[in-house]
Write a protein that binds this ligand. Structure first.
Ligand SMILES: *[C@@H]1O[C@H](CO)[C@@H](O)[C@H](O)[C@H]1NC(C)=O
Ligand SMILES: *[C@@H]1O[C@H](CO)[C@@H](O)[C@H](O)[C@H]1NC(C)=O
Ligand SMILES: *[C@@H]1O[C@H](CO)[C@@H](O)[C@H](O)[C@H]1NC(C)=O
Ligand SMILES: *[C@@H]1O[C@H](CO)[C@@H](O)[C@H](O)[C@H]1NC(C)=O
Ligand SMILES: *[C@@H]1O[C@H](CO)[C@@H](O)[C@H](O)[C@H]1NC(C)=O
Ligand SMILES: *[C@@H]1O[C@H](CO)[C@@H](O)[C@H](O)[C@H]1NC(C)=O
Ligand SMILES: *[C@@H]1O[C@H](CO)[C@@H](O)[C@H](O)[C@H]1NC(C)=O
Ligand SMILES: *[C@@H]1O[C@H](CO)[C@@H](O)[C@H](O)[C@H]1NC(C)=O
Ligand SMILES: *[C@@H]1O[C@H](CO)[C@@H](O)[C@H](O)[C@H]1NC(C)=O
Ligand SMILES: *[C@@H]1O[C@H](CO)[C@@H](O)[C@H](O)[C@H]1NC(C)=O
Ligand SMILES: *[C@@H]1O[C@H](CO)[C@@H](O)[C@H](O)[C@H]1NC(C)=O
Ligand SMILES: *[C@@H]1O[C@H](CO)[C@@H](O)[C@H](O)[C@H]1NC(C)=O
Length: 749
């Protein structure tokens, strides 16, 4: 009996649910949704059943009115010519709208979304293709969160936008092309709920006017990568709730005032790449929660406040490229147990690096180069188990390179090691100490240039299977180029120029796996560097920054004593972009096979004893932008191509029998095909006069190139580089250089 009763009860209950469900969805709103799907180019949504409240991404209230529409990352695309439909504007009870990471386009001020959605609290349209300007006010007075980041919106952010937005806590318009001033009036006593403000990656201009101090709950303020100028607004330091201030890549100037020490909750301070000057606040270290201090590329002076050594939570301390100084031995690092990155590059620090640095057990990256420091390598460095980036060249030079290398090779994770100009005329480490060499197993980049080292290229290098970049230039290395270099599986950048290497160009070097096949090259992963490395295209240019090894496939062997023929196997190095064999004793013909190197941008064979003709196939080297065969024994006509004739005559001079444009001497039509027999003596005589002329022409050319192309490369390269999309960057960069070179050549012609 009881069972039957229960059964009836259940029946009534469940039919009730069914009954309610059938009528749950407001039919008029259902048709609004359907008309929205009609504007989409592909019916990706499975919106078919009667009750729209059960549809994917839809939530209703009890009255059957739609409150949530959440379809992020659904690949939604609008039909050609149709903008984000105003049909959604009929969903007047909507509180949550999340259509982020789709391909919606259209102009926001033309949709009625902002006018009719009067209940909206959460609006996330980030990562779409929306364009146009921002409507003059935000959708509703209930709005709490607005994320329009990563679209194509432009124009100003009107102050009026925020007038009704009493409860706004988060406003993110980063990564658009907004301009005009930062609307500081966003902070009014009434808008006390604002916590997150993100204006970064736009074109905002002018100074940050005061007003931020009125946001009494502001935690995150980001406006980096804009064109902001002026000084840091003083009242910003009244927002004591601030946890993050990120304003990198602007033109802010003036000093960082002592007021900053009021922001006791601050964890991140990123003011890098600005024009800040003055000394650092003495009590900066009072901000005991600080984790990330990024102040590199400014004009800061004075010494590091000792109080910083009290910031026990510090993870990242980056002060590179400033005018800071002082005796580094005064600093006691022993409390910085969380420190992971220390960058004091290019300052005026002096003194002995204190051993307390070794107590920072989590250090991943140390860069101290370009100071006046004494950095002795101690065995204690081996206790830094996570160390992967180490650079301390261009300081006081050390002795005992063998001792240093022997210790460092025990750093198991070391990926980037730069010790250029760190040693003073020692012998290349290669002795018995290195016999059972088993270190550097993760090393990708080894720079030991400008150390005046003698001896031969050491064989322990042959065990570095991950080595991608090897720079031993500007030393006094003798002996021949070992054939095993060609077996290093990851190597693609090799610089040995300005040494005393002799012997031939080893055929085996032409089998370098990374330069032979694009497939191999694609397999060698680019590992993230713990600190960005910088590249300065010219002396007066600003630095480009890369978080990966940005080197291109280059082989520099210029200014040595190499001899013999250039092997025909060189044609296998298909991916090579630069080959410099200048100022050696190479003889014989220029191998035709060089024209297989389709990506070649720079080819310098000048100042050798090469004879015969310039191969006609060179006309196919379409990317060639620098070329030099001057001061050899070449003869015959210079092959005609848009590329070769566009170079300056100086690229060909010093070859007595060479003729045709761009050289002034015309070829005699009756001349036989054979290369002329130039007497080597003539050329040798000439060769003694070379350097000055050669160098001045080369300098002239380089200056010309960077004068014209530098600013362009810089402007664009800079912003792209900062996005850390290196592959992308490099390609754009090269296309840009190629284009620029091409345009310059047109001017020369
Ligand atoms: C359904 O929505 C429309 C507006 O779109 C409204 O006028 C109507 O009253 C709603 N119906 C019910 C039953 O709530
Ligand atoms: C579409 O939804 C219905 C009911 O919600 C379901 O039965 C069907 O399997 C779904 N189809 C696809 C392709 O997901
Ligand atoms: C939106 O509502 C208006 C009137 O309330 C109606 O005329 C219009 O057709 C509706 N739009 C859609 C797409 O349902
Ligand atoms: C929108 O959806 C995405 C993906 O689920 C989510 O990461 C994001 O936080 C949502 N936006 C808001 C404002 O909740
Ligand atoms: C703002 O938030 C408070 C507290 O959540 C709420 O009581 C008030 O109604 C909200 N105001 C508006 C305009 O939505
Ligand atoms: C703003 O949006 C971007 C994504 O476009 C995100 O990376 C950033 O963290 C957001 N800013 C804040 C303060 O949440
Ligand atoms: C900016 O937006 C583009 C396009 O949506 C996206 O690919 C890129 O990752 C975004 N950049 C940042 C820094 O968020
Ligand atoms: C900071 O706040 C104090 C008191 O709250 C006020 O007197 C002072 O004027 C404010 N400073 C600025 C620069 O607004
Ligand atoms: C700092 O942060 C703590 C913990 O998050 C919080 O309780 C405190 O109110 C904050 N102080 C200020 C001045 O905002
Ligand atoms: C810092 O705080 C003190 C006291 O809390 C206040 O008097 C002073 O005005 C603040 N400084 C700034 C620059 O806001
Ligand atoms: C560091 O902290 C200690 C103890 O808290 C304190 O005595 C010392 O004065 C602080 N040093 C500096 C430079 O602020
Ligand atoms: C070089 O350094 C190593 C290791 O620190 C040490 O054992 C050796 O004695 C040093 N040699 C000279 C000549 O100083």
């Amino acid at each position: 009996m009881a069972n039957t009763f229960l059964f009836f009860l259940l029946l009534i209950f469940s039919s009730n649910i069914i009954f309610e469900n059938i009528y749950a969805c407001n039919q008029s709103e259902r048709s609004s949704l359907l008309s929205f799907t009609l504007t989409l180019s592909s019916p990706l949504l499975n919106w078919t059943s009667a009750d729209c409240c059960n549809w994917e991404g839809i939530t209703c209230n009890q009255g059957g009115r739609i409150t949530h529409l959440q379809l992020p990352s659904k690949g939604l695309k609008l039909k050609e010519g149709i903008f984000l439909s105003s049909s959604l504007g009929n969903l007047t009870h909507l509180t949550h709208l999340n259509l982020s990471h789709n391909s919606l386009y259209g102009s926001l001020d033309q949709t009625e979304l902002f006018l009719s959605l009067n209940d909206l609290e959460i609006l996330d349209l980030s990562y779409n293709l929306l364009s146009g300007v921002l409507p003059s006010s935000l959708p509703s007075s209930h709005i709490r969160m607005v994320d329009l980041s990563s679209n194509r919106l432009h124009g100003a952010v009107p102050s009026s936008s925020f007038q009704q937005a009493w409860n706004l806590t988060s406003f993110n318009v980063s990564n658009n092309t907004f301009s005009g001033p930062i609307p500081s009036s966003i902070c009014r006593p009434s808008s006390s709920s604002l916590r997150h403000l993100d204006f970064s990656f736009n074109n905002f201009k002018g100074s940050i006017s005061s007003g931020l101090g009125k946001c009494s709950k502001l935690q995150v303020f980001r406006a980096g990568h804009n064109y902001l100028s002026g000084s840091l607004p003083k009242d910003m330091f009244n927002s004591t709730t601030l946890e993050e201030i990120s304003l990198p890549l602007n033109s802010l100037n003036g000093a960082i005032s002592d007021g900053i020490t009021n922001l006791t909750n601050l964890t991140t301070l990123d003011l890098s790449y600005n024009q800040l000057s003055g000394v650092l606040p003495l009590h900066l270290g009072k901000l005991s929660k600080l984790k990330h201090i990024l102040l590199d590329f400014n004009y800061l002076q004075g010494s590091l406040p000792l109080s910083l050594m009290n910031c026990t939570n510090l993870v990242e301390l980056r002060m590179g490229t400033n005018n800071l100084g002082g005796d580094i031995s005064m600093l006691n690092f022993s409390k910085l147990s969380q420190l992971s990155k220390l960058d004091l590059r290019k300052n005026n620090f002096f003194g002995i690096l204190p051993r307390s640095i070794y107590s920072c057990k989590f250090l991943k990256a140390i860069r101290l180069n370009y100071n006046y420091l004494e950095v002795q390598i101690h065995h204690e460095i081996l206790s830094l188990k996570y160390l992967s980036f180490l650079s301390f060249g261009w300081n006081k030079r050390l002795t005992n390179v063998t001792g240093a290398i022997t210790i460092l090779m025990g750093c198991k994770r070391l990926a980037y090691l730069s010790l250029s100009s760190s040693f003073l005329g020692d012998e290349m480490p290669n002795g018995v100490e290195m016999a059972d060499f088993n270190g550097f197993q993760n090393l990708q980049c080894l720079c030991l240039s400008s150390c005046n080292l003698s001896g031969i290229i050491p064989s322990w290098l042959s065990k570095l299977k991950k080595l991608q970049v090897l720079d031993l230039s500007h030393n006094r290395i003798t002996g021949s180029i070992p054939s095993w270099l060609g077996t290093l599986p990851s190597l693609y950048y090799l610089s040995m120029r300005f040494n005393q290497l002799s012997g031939e160009f080893p055929k085996e070097l032409c089998t370098l796996p990374m330069l032979v096949s694009g497939q191999t090259a694609a397999q060698v992963g680019r590992v993230y560097l713990e600190l960005p490395i910088y590249y300065r295209p010219s002396a007066d240019a600003a630095f480009l920054q890369y978080n990966y090894l940005f080197f291109a496939p280059y082989i520099y062997l210029g200014h040595n004593c190499l001899s013999g023929n250039i092997p025909i196997e060189i044609g296998q190095l298909q991916l090579l972009r630069l080959l410099d064999l200048s100022a050696n004793n190479f003889s014989g013909n220029i191998p035709d096979q060089i024209s297989n190197l389709k990506y070649m941008e720079t080819l310098d064979l000048s100042m050798n004893h090469l004879s015969g003709k310039i191969p006609a196939s060179f006309t196919g080297l379409n990317f060639l932008s620098r070329f030099n065969v001057s001061y050899n024994n070449l003869g015959g006509p210079i092959p005609s191509s848009t590329q070769l004739q566009s170079f300056n005559a100086s690229a060909f001079e010093g070859n007595l029998k060479l003729c045709g444009a761009p050289l002034p001497n015309k070829c005699q039509t009756t001349t036989g095909a054979d290369a002329p027999n130039t007497s080597t003596q003539d050329v040798d005589n000439k060769k003694h006069q070379i350097p000055w002329f050669y160098i001045s022409v080369a300098l002239g050319f380089i200056t010309g190139f960077w004068g014209v192309c530098g600013p362009l490369v810089l402007m664009r390269g800079w912003r792209y580089a900062y996005y850390h999309f290196l592959d992308n960057v490099q390609d754009r960069f090269h296309v840009m250089i190629a284009k620029c070179m091409a345009s310059m050549r047109i001017k020369f012609v």
